[in-house]
Design a protein around this ligand. Structure first.
Ligand SMILES: O=C(O)CCC(=O)C(=O)O
Ligand SMILES: [Fe+2]
Length: 318
């Protein structure tokens, strides 16, 4: 197993890459062990040979750029409905969110805009008609991420000693409703001339779902080590960054770890003029899944996934 930066490991996913039908059981078992090693230590890993190509990722970055370059008045039509705490489909404006607040930090809002894609769309939500092929392109990518996430969840279930089919059954509503999973595009524009003190592209936080897949095109992502020091997790072409989030840490009775991360402003004057794009797939269990510690312990009381996520989300939106 290679280290990418002395901390986050690179795992070759070939044995279970999307589209692989000829499954080598020993290879898949070895993969599950490698993933568990990363998830129980740094909580992060890079995956290569997943079956999701660089071209597919670039297509999503580019189509999202077409949306972000529309006038603000047009983007407003697609604004995320913030009338309830559930994750919702739609655009989040610049400085419309503050991830540092998730961890109780008092810092200014994030220097980013974003679009959440959360099928099936509900009352008042829509796809931007101004960008040709937007829905098809995004949904193709959503489905690919969903397939990869299912494979990863299955491997994690094995690693945690729980029955994969029963575990996956708790995620059966992804893309169908009554589940918070969603795909998200994030656009970090060049850093404005005037910014607020301590402002970041994305404040430090842990994710609150089960597992996150992340695709990125520029530097800035940093991951906290156990001693609190942040290390860079730069983009590596052809890879996906994956990380464990709070729900799964709790569900696993702290066996796998949800690690703090952030997106810092570029460190040099030249790079402050560049933008950054990322796409994340946040995986959550179904609203009605009751999470009881998977190791059979009573470390945390059983909780419905919807109630747990609600308690985290209420803190974040401004
Ligand atoms: O844009 C990124 O690279 C990270 C964003 C992130 O951590 C998040 O949205 O949870
Ligand atoms: Fe995150």
């Amino acid at each position: 197993m290679e280290d990418t930066n002395g901390y986050i490991q690179m795992i070759d996913f070939s044995a279970y890459s999307l589209g692989t039908t000829d499954i080598d059981e020993a290879g898949v078992e070895a993969l599950s062990e490698k993933l568990m090693h990363s998830f129980t230590t740094s909580g992060f890993a890079y995956l290569k040979n997943t079956g999701i190509s660089t071209e597919e990722v670039t297509t999503v970055f580019d189509i999202a750029d077409q949306f972000y370059s529309l006038p603000v008045e047009v983007k407003q039509k697609y604004r995320r409905n913030e009338t309830d705490f559930h994750e919702r489909h739609g655009w989040v404006c610049m400085e419309g969110e503050n991830l540092g607040k998730l961890d109780g930090l008092d810092r200014p809002a994030d220097l980013k805009e974003a679009f959440n894609f959360k099928p099936p769309l509900t009352g008042g939500d829509s796809w931007p008609s101004e960008v040709p092929d937007f829905e098809e392109t995004i949904m193709d990518f959503f489905n690919k991420c969903h397939d990869l996430a299912k494979r990863l969840l299955e491997l994690v279930a094995r690693g945690l000693g729980t029955e994969p089919a029963d575990f996956l059954d708790m995620f059966k509503n992804i893309g169908k409703g009554r589940n918070s999973s969603h795909l998200r595009s994030i656009h970090y524009p060049p850093v404005p001339e005037v910014i607020k003190e301590n402002q970041m592209r994305c404040g430090e936080h842990t994710d609150f779902g089960c597992m996150t897949l992340l695709f990125q095109d520029n530097d800035g992502l940093e991951v906290a080590k156990a001693d609190g020091e942040f290390v860079a997790a730069p983009p590596i072409p052809g890879t996906v960054v994956i990380n464990i989030a709070d729900t799964l840490q709790r569900w696993s009775a702290d066996k796998v770890v949800s690690t703090k991360h952030r997106v810092v402003l570029p460190y040099t004057p030249e790079t402050r003029g560049t933008s950054r794009r990322s796409v994340t797939f946040f995986t959550h269990p179904d609203f009605d899944a009751v999470m009881t510690c998977l190791d059979g312990s009573n470390k945390y009381p059983p909780v419905r996934a919807e109630d747990y996520v609600a308690s985290r989300l209420r803190k974040m939106y401004l």
